[in-house]
Design a protein around this ligand. Structure first.
Ligand code: KDG
Length: 350
């Protein structure tokens, strides 16, 4: 297992980027019938995600497939794999670095061991609206972070939306900061999330996404936190009673391509990939916002007990977590964090 995953898996991250050795050029998927760097060639693009086909991210991947195949006159074929059938975010990202898979669209949170600056998106209560998040992601900050990917064998084509995360659990409604005390909560494999929930007095355990349902069902954890569309698509209402609208973090997805594959493409083919990822990304963001609204009604109808969390209590939570965000702001770069919050303020003052 690659060092950066092992470090994350044990939840202790030591700085220092890994230059991932090549695992041999991509001999399988993405085989080019016409080598050389011009024109459009027969290609097979293996694209995997952790979420289900019915999730807005799954629907986004279907849109991406349609667009690539249309723009390439059917020569570039996309094979979509949903529901972590090719593994979780970290495993699929590794497969891209090794040239064994062409595309994945993970959350940025599990990638912080590789590019620590992506941790700025794990700071709680930074964004109030999707519009603020888009301004940062599609603006200087987000684009600068994409430029850090090639040295890790990856190419970033933009940002899709996982969304605002809310807490579910099987014990009690979480209305105040104090209600987190003692709750066993599954988190992504991300140091900021781990330390933030510890700071709130919860008992967090990092876990890959595909293990969450079983952990909730088996009560090895009391709760988890994800956007509403994911809570619905992953049927967490079947194993969780309470949904607390904490809206505590906005998680982006980053559209990744294997650099080994990318470097073998012609300019025309790279343009088709980029334009399709951006167009499908707009479609996915719109769908995600709509589905998050619809999912709330559906989850209530399914019997989940939903409670709002007051702005005053969110402020209290933010205050309690501040020592954690201050610590990581130093690690990720206080300038970068300031660029992000300045961009957010600009949108708020519009
Ligand atoms: O592959 C699925 C993940 O990208 C996404 O769902 C991650 O939000 C996530 C979680 O909770 O693991």
């Amino acid at each position: 297992m690659k060092k950066w995953v092992k470090k994350l898996a044990i939840g202790i991250v030591i700085p220092g980027m890994l230059v991932l050795g090549g695992c041999g050029a991509s001999k399988s998927g993405g085989t080019a019938s016409g080598s050389g760097k011009s024109g459009i060639h027969q290609r097979t693009i293996k694209a995997g995600i952790g979420l289900n086909e019915d999730h807005p991210e799954g629907q986004g991947m279907i849109k991406f497939k349609e667009l690539v195949e249309k723009k390439s006159g059917g020569k570039m074929k996309v094979q979509n794999f949903f529901s972590a059938t090719l593994g979780d975010d970290q495993k699929m990202t590794e497969a891209l670095q090794g040239g064994l898979q062409e595309v994945t669209v993970p959350s940025t949170s599990p990638l912080v061991g590789m590019i620590k600056e992506y941790g700025i998106f794990d700071f709680p209560f930074v964004f109030n609206t999707e519009k603020e998040a888009y301004a940062v992601l599609d603006g200087k900050v987000g684009q600068e972070l994409l430029k850090k990917l090639p040295e890790h064998g990856l190419v970033g084509l933009g940002y899709w939306e996982n969304g605002f995360r809310n807490l579910t659990n099987s014990k009690h409604p979480v209305k105040t900061a104090a209600d987190f005390k003692g709750l066993k909560i599954r988190t992504m494999q991300n140091e900021v999330h781990l330390d933030a929930f510890k700071q709130l007095g919860a008992n967090p355990s990092p876990m890959a996404f595909s293990e969450v349902f079983t952990a909730l069902e088996g009560k090895t954890v009391d709760g988890q936190e994800n956007p509403l569309a994911t809570i619905k698509s992953s049927k967490y209402d079947e194993v969780q009673s309470y949904l607390s609208m904490t809206k505590h973090v906005y998680t982006p997805f980053v559209f990744l391509v294997s650099k080994k594959f990318w470097d073998g493409l012609s300019k025309e083919e790279q343009k088709i990939m980029k334009d399709s990822a951006v167009e499908a990304g707009k479609y996915q963001r719109d769908l995600n916002r709509k589905e998050n609204e619809k999912a709330l009604k559906d989850l209530e109808k399914a019997g989940m007990k939903v409670n709002e969390v007051s702005d005053a209590e969110k402020e209290k939570m933010k205050e309690i977590i501040k020592p954690v965000t201050d610590k990581y702001a130093k690690k990720f770069g206080e300038d970068l964090v300031k660029q992000m919050t300045d961009e957010v303020d600009k949108v708020r003052n519009q």
